[in-house]
Write a protein that binds this ligand. Structure first.
Ligand code: AKG
Ligand code: FE2
Length: 322
């Protein structure tokens, strides 16, 4: 079978989705105390108004969870609402409609790195289990590489606007604040996302699943990014993060317009392990469907190496410079 949507109506799940017993989620997970960072206070000049405290919260999140929420982030609420409803509307369309945006040719299986609509179809030789998710995967940057024929008209403009506003959040606020925590110039991370760097959007739709005890929405992974920005709809939680070998639930943000930020692998490497990439997964839910939109900020591989100043600097000893 090609798409999760086709399986979701059944009472049981096909074998290909059933996780090995050791990888199945437990019924109850503790709740992660993910900090909410007020981005407005992070700019270099806001020390007196609580900026130091906010920077300390950011540091603690970067060094432990590898994930945090942001408020006051400059992405307009109407843009977040618009992106959320455009994604839901797209996934609710009949399958034949959505398949117009699939890159898989007739009879061919969709593969994850292809742009367009589909679901991760594992090759037979792969032993790994399938994820309970349908997706739309699109390259957003460099803009001249966009495959606009795969962008449904209904969300072309809103996805572009969502990207423009959040890339300003990433480049003007978040990455400079992260660089300052390591004692670097504001542009330290940002310059790794210029030129041939790539940005991808992934819209994910998790239909309700009859066996959340056996099946995962997305298996445990880290993102191969500098950072990932995630918008979740508030219909259902499902995201979990791992810390010290324990899986924690990430609750839906109480502010429906908050965004989640993941530290990606590349930042862990560049910071020489000072900042931790978030290990995360998505569990399924028997009652509710769920939609998310992730934006992946991916540098060119040559930019990914531990920063010289952080290597062999015994004075750091696991802590960061101020
Ligand atoms: O849907 C989510 O909450 C997370 C998705 C995710 O981790 C990913 O697409 O890399
Ligand atoms: Fe992820």
């Amino acid at each position: 079978m090609l798409l999760v949507q086709e399986n979701a109506a059944g009472v049981d799940v096909p074998d290909g989705y059933v996780m090995k017993p050791e990888d199945r989620p437990s019924a109850e997970a503790p709740v992660a105390q993910i900090p909410v960072i007020d981005v407005g206070l992070l700019s270099g000049e806001r020390k007196a108004d609580g900026g130091d405290e906010e920077a300390a919260k950011l540091r603690s999140a970067l060094e432990s969870w590898g994930i945090f929420m942001v408020s006051n982030h400059g992405v307009e609420p109407c843009v977040i609402d618009g992106m959320c409803s455009a994604s839901r509307e797209f996934f609710q369309r009949p399958l034949e409609e959505k398949m117009k945006y699939s890159q898989a040719k007739d009879g061919e299986k969709y593969e994850d790195f292809h742009q367009g609509y589909g679901s991760k179809e594992l090759k037979l030789e792969h032993k790994s289990t399938r994820d309970w998710v349908d997706r739309m995967f699109l390259q957003v940057e460099p803009q001249e590489h966009r495959q606009l024929h795969l962008w449904p008209e209904s969300f072309r403009d809103i996805l572009h606007e969502f990207f423009v506003q959040q890339s300003s959040l990433v480049n003007k606020s978040l990455l400079p604040a992260m660089a300052r925590l390591l004692g670097f110039d504001d542009d330290f991370f940002g310059e790794k996302l210029r030129g041939r760097a790539l940005t991808f959007a992934r819209l994910s739709h998790y239909p309700s699943c009859p066996r959340p005890d056996l099946v995962l929405g997305v298996k445990s992974h880290t993102d191969a990014t500098i950072v990932t920005v995630l918008m979740v709809d508030n219909n259902a939680s499902g995201l979990q993060v791992q810390k010290d070998d324990v899986w924690y639930d990430v609750p839906c943000p109480t502010d429906p317009h908050a965004l989640l930020i993941f530290v990606g692998d590349n930042t862990e490497v560049i910071s020489n392990g000072v900042f931790k990439a978030s290990v995360h997964r998505v569990v399924t839910n028997a009652q509710n469907e769920r939609t998310s939109v992730a934006m992946f900020y991916v540098p060119i591989p040559e930019e990914v190496a531990p920063a010289d100043d952080l290597v062999n600097d015994s004075s750091l000893d696991g802590a960061t410079k101020q």
